[in-house]
Design a protein. Structure first.
Length: 274
């Protein structure tokens, strides 16, 4: 797939990105996930983003668009996200059908490019999906693709986007569902000296830590939230959220998480998994 070249709108060359993740849509718009109607929560998030009227260059969606692997769920996503009127790039999550997404999304107006290139930054979308299981695994060809992108454009700072967090988050049940070859991933990307950040979904909570000069960032879901640092499966009552990131030409990153106000999307916490 050919890379996509974008010219940032900011006068200083900064790249501004809206990250959304884990909307878990169903074919049935009325179906809920653990008590939260995911279609309505995603729609509410998009309306709140539109009302903010912030400027950004593109949308990065970091996986789990679907909950039921259906074509209709992806059609819902494409129609809803078009409301924002910005380029959209994605990667598959563990609840997605990655091959299906790459077959249908281009015709639905969602970009299938895996490398977004700007004058000072490039963004590489990697696939950690292991079909129909919760944990992730990054194949060597995915890592080699990141290396190829750096070699093709060696001057740009690099952000890698992947669904599964490649480090532990001190939540015992969730850490069993992380990227299972995270050591391989982290060892490899440290050899790519332009990598500044790894942007993920999957953990349904806010996360931002820097390890050996690489910043690891995760973002709240637009649907249900997981309780941080919980030994057993537990839901949080925090509102659905999203994240803005500003990637500056000097390699630094500024970011802010926002959540819905007056949250009505409260999950059923009398559950032990999903």
């Amino acid at each position: 797939m050919a890379p996509r070249y974008l010219t940032p709108s900011a006068n200083d060359g900064s790249v501004k990105v809206l990250q959304l993740t884990d909307c878990h849509l169903f074919a049935d718009k009325n179906k809920d996930l653990l008590g939260v109607n995911t279609y309505k929560s995603f729609e509410a998030v998009l309306n709140a983003i539109k009302a903010q009227n912030f400027d950004y260059d593109f949308i990065a969606f970091t996986g789990d668009i679907s909950q039921d692997y259906s074509v209709t769920s992806y059609e819902h996503f494409a129609k809803l996200i078009s409301f924002l009127g910005k380029p959209v790039f994605f990667l598959p999550g563990n609840h997605d059908d990655g091959p299906l997404m790459y077959r249908i999304f281009e015709d639905l107006g969602v970009n299938i490019a895996k490398n977004v290139i700007t004058p000072s930054w490039q963004f590489v979308f990697l696939n950690s999906e292991v079909y129909a299981v919760p944990h992730g695994w990054i194949e060597r060809k995915q890592l080699d693709y990141a290396a190829f992108c750096q070699k093709r454009n060696p001057e740009q700072h690099m952000a890698l986007l992947v669904h599964h967090m490649p480090m532990l988050v001190q939540s015992a049940w969730l850490d069993t569902q992380t990227m299972h070859n995270l050591d391989e991933f982290n060892t490899y990307i440290r050899r790519l000296h332009r990598v500044k950040a790894v942007i993920t979904g999957h953990i349904h909570q806010e996360f931002d830590e820097t390890v050996r000069d690489i910043r690891y960032i995760a973002t709240p879901s637009t649907s249900i939230q997981f309780m941080p640092k919980s030994n057993d499966f537990a839901l949080d009552n925090l509102a659905p959220g999203w994240r803005y990131l500003t990637f500056r030409p000097d390699g630094s990153i500024q970011t802010t998480v926002y959540r819905l106000e007056n949250n009505i999307f409260i999950p059923n916490d009398n559950v032990d998994g999903y």
